[in-house]
Design a protein. Sequence first.
Length: 576
Amino acid sequence: MTPVMPTEQEPQSAKWLATVRFPVPLAEQQDYLLELPDGIKDESGRPLSNAASFPLKVRTSEAPPLAKFAAAPFGIVEWEAAGPSLVPLSLRHVQADLQPSSSGHLRIRRLTDDVEILKWYGRLFHQNEWEDRKSEWLKDAADLQSMTVPPPNPDKVIDVIGVPLSQPGYHVLELKSPRLGQALLDPIQPMFVRTGALVTNLGLHVKVGKDDSLVWVTSLDKGKPVEGAQVSVYDCRGKSLWRGRTDGQGLARIDRPNLDGDSGSGQCIAESGLFITARFSQSGKALDQSFMFSGWSRGIEPWRFNVPIAWGSERVARAHTVTDRPLLRAGDTLSMKHFFRLETVQGLSDATPDQLPDKLRVVFEGTGEDIATLDLRWQGARYALSTWKVPPGAKLGRYRFVMEREDSRGGRRSWDSGSVRVEEFRVPLVDARLIPPKAPSAGAKEQTWAAQLNYMAGGAMAKSPVTVSAMLQPRWSNFPGFDDFAFEPPAAEGPPDADGADEMDEGDGESGGGPHGASRLVLDKLALQTDAKGGLVQGTAEGQRRSPHRTARRTELPGSRRTDAYPRGLPGRVAR
């Protein structure tokens, strides 16, 4: 037998090895002779102190006994109408315990009552792995089925057999083996291995809402809706909450709000949540039944599909604060209108007086500090009005509005409803607009621009001083549909340099690129004056004007404009 080559994770070298592995599994109760190469030494060059013991005789023992169901403590097997459904069971060295004349056995009990199914499921769900394997649960139980297994196959290390279950429903399977107890238990006694198996052709799906709930029943073999299936809903302690039948779409509509909230108190028998069962009978076939818990969502959790969810029995609320402006300065007074609504199936609805928030907290977002607390006085259930004066020394940043009220447990419920910002800023008082020529002109030596300056409060800014600046910049020509063409004449300096273009356009913020070093200033702070209507006619690109506060301000919106001019005889275009 040749050793297995070391893996990449195992330390190794071209001259030495840390481990030697052989293919597994080895044969049971087999003699082997372990041989080492002549002259083998450790990495320090020392010979082995027990080199005389090799070749070394070794013998493998018998593999430990094994009895294991494929799924425990619960599994689902699709019901095969043409024959029995099979539950996989792996066995090793315990087949002799399951023969007719032996002291072991394999027993099966089929359950049909909903509450009894819930109790047995809970018993298996909460079983103690170490203690309960010493006791027999199906002893003296009624309606038991027993089966024997085939003798062991000498060609296989582990025998995997199928336990046949011909009837649909929930089955409890229990295996008794003295051989397992002899190997694994102290003191020696028979050991029990058990599981629960649901044999069904019904698939259940449940969606629990605050206003109503929905159960969908489909077939496993075809995936089609099942009409006329009887659906029952229980709480986790076995209390019946609802019964009904599915319609033509396989849907059972439960018009009952907070179905999962009416569960009383006490410990659940098995898993938490609702216990839902379904039964479906067909002529000439056995009664099919299935069950599920509302908490079974592994792999289909709502967050995997960005589906919103809500917890608890209280309805989801939507809070919103409308402000007269989003930007404030220290010392300003803010007027607010507050809305509070509850989500329902039909949309948003008004809240009752005991559900409405009674306080509004103003929180500085930067530190989480509470700045102010205001009382909310609602106009019926529609809205509430309030004002907040920003402190003169307020910190700059964002302020959040949080609605609050006391809940039934003595705590506080809160809802974020909006925010505003407090900053230092000056309000623009003048609207300056530059009006370029209506169409590009080819070969023009000059252009005529118009400008209009108006007060924000209304009226023209007449007879006011204005300074005008303009810059001429060449631009690379491009036309729609001709992206692969170049329209510029050959240049001695070669192709455009991206770094040079960046230096040329620094401070412009709008340039699309052009030949390097070709920009020039054509107007430099030319002093002009508006006419009686606030107008101005002159070749301009940027403007500065004096506000009523007598402070020089740069025109921003639009503030600066560009237009295209085509030099005569050249196919390019130049932006001005």
